[in-house]
Design a protein around this ligand. Structure first.
Ligand code: C2E
Ligand code: MG
Ligand code: MG
Ligand code: MG
Length: 287
C-alpha cells in the first residue's frame, strides 16, 4: 500500500542519518557543527539541594540544533543515533561540552556537579574511560564533580563488562548514578553489584508520592535503603512544591524538575543561576 506520509518520513529519516554522520565526521567539533547539519548541544537542567535550596548539580541533556527543524529533543534523534551506531559521537560531544562548561561555572565560584547520560552501548565501549580521563585531565575538573548516569531500564547485555567500566570510572574518582531508578527489573541487583553513588528516583514514583500511600512507602523505603548504602537520592520530574516538600521530609538530597527549571541552553542556565532565589525552595530552611 502506498503511503506518502511514510515515504516522506523515510526520506526525512535518511536525511537525518546523513546529517548525523556528517556531525560524526566533524568529530569532537560536532559541537561547532557544520552549516548543513547544525550542531549538537548540551542543555542543562538544575538539581537543587533540599538542604540549602541552592543548585548543587546539573544534568546535561543533549539537543540537536537542527538547521531546518529547530532544536530537537533526544527522543527525536537518539533512536536513529543508536540504530546507526553513532552514539559514541553523541557521548563524546556531550561529555566534552559538559565538562568544559562545568569547569567554567566552578571557576566562577559555583560548586556544581555535572551529570552526563551514558547509554549502555557506550558504557562498554573501550573508548569511554580514556575519554573521561582525557577530558578531566585537560580541564582540571575535580573528578568528584562529574557523575555518569546509567539508565536502569537499558538491558545490560554484558553485566561484567558494564561493572568493569563503572569500576574503572569510580577509580578515576567520578560518581555513578542509576537513572530512572525503580523502573527496571533489577534495581536491587544494581545496588548490590555496581559501585553506585547516587540514584535518581524515576518520575513515575515522585509524581504519585503525595497522592498515593503505597508509592509513599516505596519511596520512603528506597531512600532509607539508599542511605544505608551511602547513596544519595535525586528526585526526578518534580513539578510542584508538595512533591518537593514530601521528598525533603523523606531525606531525599536533591530534586530536579520543571519546578526548578526545564533543560536550558548554557547561556540560559547561567542566567538561571544568577537569578535563582534559594528561599523560593525549601520550607525547612525558611521555617
Ligand atoms: P533522563 O536522563 O531521565 O532525563 C530526564 C528527562 O525528563 C529529560 O528529558 C527532561 O527534560 C525531562 N524532565 C525533567 N524535568 C521534568 C519534569 O518536571 N516533568 C517532566 N514530565 N519531565 C521532566 P529529555 O531531555 O527529553 O531527555 C530524555 C532522555 O534522553 C533522558 O532521560 C536520557 O535518557 C536521554 N538522553 C538525554 N541526553 C542524552 C545524552 O547525552 N546521551 C544519552 N545516551 N542519552 C541522553
Ligand atoms: Mg539522566
Ligand atoms: Mg532520568
Ligand atoms: Mg526518568
Amino acid at each position: 500500500v502506498y503511503d506518502p506520509q511514510l515515504d516522506a518520513d523515510q526520506a526525512l529519516r535518511g536525511r537525518l542519518v546523513d546529517q548525523l554522520r556528517a556531525l560524526g565526521r566533524a568529530g569532537t567539533d560536532a559541537a561547532i557543527g557544520d552549516g548543513d547539519a547544525g550542531r549538537l548541544l548540551a542543555y542543562y537542567q538544575p538539581q537543587v539541594s533540599t538542604n540549602t535550596g541552592r543548585p548543587d548539580g546539573v544534568e546535561a541533556l543533549v539537543r540537536w540544533d537542527h538547521p531546518t527543524l529547530g532544536v530537537l529533543p533526544p527522543a527525536a534523534f537518539l533512536p536513529l543515533v543508536e540504530e546507526h551506531g553513532l552514539m559514541e559521537m553523541v557521548t563524546t560531544t556531550v561529555m566534552r561540552q559538559a565538562v568544559h562548561d562545568a569547569i567554567r561555572w566552578n571557576r566562577s565560584g559555583r560548586r556544581l556537579h555535572v551529570s552526563v547520560n551514558i547509554s549502555t552501548s557506550c558504557l562498554t565501549n573501550p573508548g569511554l574511560v580514556p575519554l573521561v580521563a582525557e577530558v578531566l585531565g585537560e580541564t582540571g575538573l575535580a573528578p568528584e564533580l562529574l557523575v555518569i548516569e546509567v539508565t536502569e531500564t537499558d538491558a545490560i547485555s554484558s553485566p561484567d563488562a558494564a561493572a568493569a567500566a563503572l569500576n574503572a570510572l569510580v577509580a578515576l574518582g567520578v560518581g555513578v548514578s542509576i537513572d530512572d531508578y525503580g523502573t527496571g527489573y533489577s534495581s536491587l541487583a544494581y545496588l548490590k553489584d555496581l559501585p553506585v553513588s547516587e540514584l535518581k528516583l524515576d518520575r513515575s514514583f515522585t509524581v504519585d508520592l503525595v497522592h498515593d500511600a503505597r508509592t509513599a512507602h516505596i519511596v520512603a523505603a528506597t531512600i532509607e535503603l539508599a542511605h544505608r548504602l551511602d547513596i544519595d537520592v535525586v528526585g526526578e520530574g518534580v513539578e510542584d512544591f508538595p512533591t518537593l516538600h514530601a521528598l525533603q521530609t523523606l531525606g531525599c538530597e536533591r530534586t530536579q524538575g520543571y519546578l526548578h527549571g526545564a533543560p536550558m541552553s548554557e547561556p540560559d542556565f547561567v542566567r538561571w543561576l544568577d537569578h535563582h532565589v534559594p528561599q523560593d525552595i525549601p520550607a525547612r530552611t525558611v521555617a
